[in-house]
Design a protein around this ligand. Structure first.
Ligand code: GLU
Length: 337
């Protein structure tokens, strides 16, 4: 079944920026008649108790969801199966061991004739920092054996092989965002599993969205750059399993910034529901206070104040008219006073 979702990482309390994105994701799902799902992205950086407090914060704001929240830490079988499907469809070389550290990658990418660029080949403009130059792609088994003794391997997907391009080529991926329009990017050999054994964000998100039937992704626009590669990986995974790829609707919401134009953070003061309502546990907050916060968040997106279900038609109309805010929202504590 098609669905929308919110996928928080349980790293602490949600702040007003996260809550605003969650609220817009909920409104988008409701406006399109999709069920709304929650997924806890707890593959790393987990802070004890955060999942519980985040679910309470979302509930306090008026969000509900249509199935019990799932946790990525309990879905390893799904990610194993995704990697296995890629290997089955494209052969054992489709997924290879990588022993590079971040520093190795930065150095190799900046070398004038590093492994990322063949002699005589022009630099490619769409390569973001950290773009993998392919260092470990062609290691021999003996070289791998040597490196395994020094450092555990991450697993990377050989994008050129999977896309049927010549060795070292980079597929160009596209996605469409309802606010930004067309987004394109080159796909490098992305990490599928990190060298600490945890599955990587891109693989887990794509495998989960496919398994959960998610075809509407609303999230912060800091993830816009990941969207072409995730769309590409979803298509590759679906093809490997002989399934049709979903036509996913993306809506990347501008982030919330502080008065200096920097991404809002806990150090910017009272930014969580608990701070703003003066309680330790949001379940004990004054309901009128929570409603006032919800209303400030709705207004910040140009939507009418009031219970969330009543804002669904206004959200649908704003989306249709291209009237949702495209600029970062500047957090102003006074709006919540
Ligand atoms: N877990 C990610 C975050 O909290 C969001 C991932 C996604 O929405 O795709 O930033």
């Amino acid at each position: 079944m098609p669905a929308g979702r919110y996928a928080p990482s349980p790293t602490g309390r949600l702040h007003v920026g996260n809550l605003r994105t969650a609220m817009l994701a909920w409104l988008a799902a409701r406006a399109s008649g999709r069920p709304f799902l929650l997924r806890i992205e707890d593959l790393d950086r987990v802070r004890a108790g955060s999942e519980d407090s985040q679910l309470a914060e979302l509930t306090a704001l008026g969000l509900d969801w249509d199935a019990p929240a799932v946790r990525q830490s309990e879905r390893t079988d799904l990610y194993d199966a995704a990697v296995a499907a890629l290997r089955t469809a494209h052969g054992p070389d489709a997924v290879y061991e990588c022993f590079c550290s971040r520093k190795d990658i930065a150095q190799a990418s900046s070398a004038p004739n590093g492994p990322g660029r063949l002699p005589g080949q022009a630099p490619t403009p769409l390569r973001p920092p950290g773009f993998y130059p392919g260092t470990c792609r062609t290691l021999t088994e003996a070289q791998r054996e040597q490196r395994r003794a020094v450092r555990p391997a991450a697993l990377r997907l050989n994008a050129a092989l999977v896309a049927g391009l010549p060795e070292g080529g980079h597929p160009e991926a596209r996605a469409h965002d309802l606010l930004t329009g067309e987004v394109t990017g080159l796909v490098d050999d992305m990490v599928l599993r990190r060298n600490d054994g945890a599955y990587a964000y891109n693989l887990a998100v794509v495998a989960d969205d496919l398994a959960q039937g998610v075809d509407q992704v609303v999230r912060g626009d800091d993830l816009l750059d990941s969207t072409p590669r995730q769309t590409w990986l979803a298509a590759v995974l679906c093809a490997a399993r002989d399934e049709p790829a979903p036509r996913t609707e993306h809506l990347h919401v501008p982030l919330v910034v502080n008065g200096q134009g920097r991404r809002l953070a806990k150090r910017d003061g009272a930014v969580t529901l608990e701070d703003l309502s003066g309680v330790e546990d949001v379940r004990e907050a004054d309901p009128a206070r929570l409603e006032a916060i919800r209303d400030a968040l709705l207004r910040s997106a140009g939507l009418p104040a009031g219970p969330l279900p009543a804002a669904v038609p206004a959200f649908a109309a704003a989306l249709e008219a291209g009237a949702l805010p495209r600029e970062p929202w500047v957090f102003d504590a006074a709006a919540f006073a």
